[in-house]
Design a protein around this ligand. Sequence first.
Ligand code: PMP
Length: 346
Amino acid sequence: MKNEIKAHNNILELIGNTPLVRLNRMTEGFQGDFYAKVESFNPGHSSKDRIAIHIIEEAERKGILTKGSTIIETTSGNTGFSIAMVSIIKGYDCILAVSSKSSSDKIDMLRSMGAKVYVCPAHVSADDPRSYYQVAKRLHEETKGSIYINQYFNELNIDAHYKSTGPEIWEQTGGQLTHFVACSGTGGTISGTARYLKEQNPKIKVIGVDAYGSVLKKYHETGNFDTNEIYPYRIEGLGKNLIPSATDFDTIDKFIKVTDAESAHTAREISRKEGLFVGYTSGAVMQALKQLNEEGEFNKDSKVVVIFPDHGSRYMSKIYSDKWMEDQGFLENETVEETQAIQFVK
Ligand code: PMP
């Protein structure tokens, strides 16, 4: 008798069930135990695989999507990659409107995955016809038989994490976690995961990470959408210049803000200290942990889970480029050791 072939039917079967990895050297001297859910283990290398498959399969179940349909989305890159990947396997066309802030690596990657890409200016208001929201909306209206994923305003974004990320973390920690800390962009990850976790144990403290230049923290604290809070910043995928309905603010206990420079340095530190090559927002969430630890948020019994949303390879021309870091003014006062010194052997 022949042995059974142990293969997956296609790449989509590998979405989810990402590992939880203990942080060691990054959290030396901190109060408590710290664990990262490493979302780059998804086949599309980010947490966005979870929402792409969930939203597309819900549309199929409802009969909205049929073979040859077009899927349209606004995306800083990761969601686009995941949608393009799902579209290939399921036989859909994929159109993506992306921000000019996205790295050229990300844009090239989307095109390599067969998506048609529109690059839209980053620093215009959300209701400007050139913004990626408005461009996607227009393309959806113009393209017959298309669906618009609309991740910022789609309740299924929350649902995807409620059904997958939340239960996985609960199971992986044996229900022992005391804190959940995650970056908030659309808010799907933090609020879907938090909704599930708080249903299991309402005492779990949920902390959102926001960027300077974003409105989320102030909105959460005051209920006011304050346009004075808005200015350009470098971190992709974190914070927002609008209030996404895919964020359930009630599930979040508090927000903390982090800077572009500190988040970039912290991401670089994670690779050097943990051997984990992570994206810019992983640096942001780790930077938030440093600040929270300083503030006395944790104690020796704390069991803290953070999300590392994507992989460092998507930022080679950004935070992992000394030239880019220098151009941003992020390398002032750095020692040679902290930059990645190269020795040329002749
Ligand atoms: N990190 C990265 C790299 C992202 O692309 C995103 C999504 N915008 C996030 C974090 C935030 O996740 P969410 O949209 O679920 O809040």
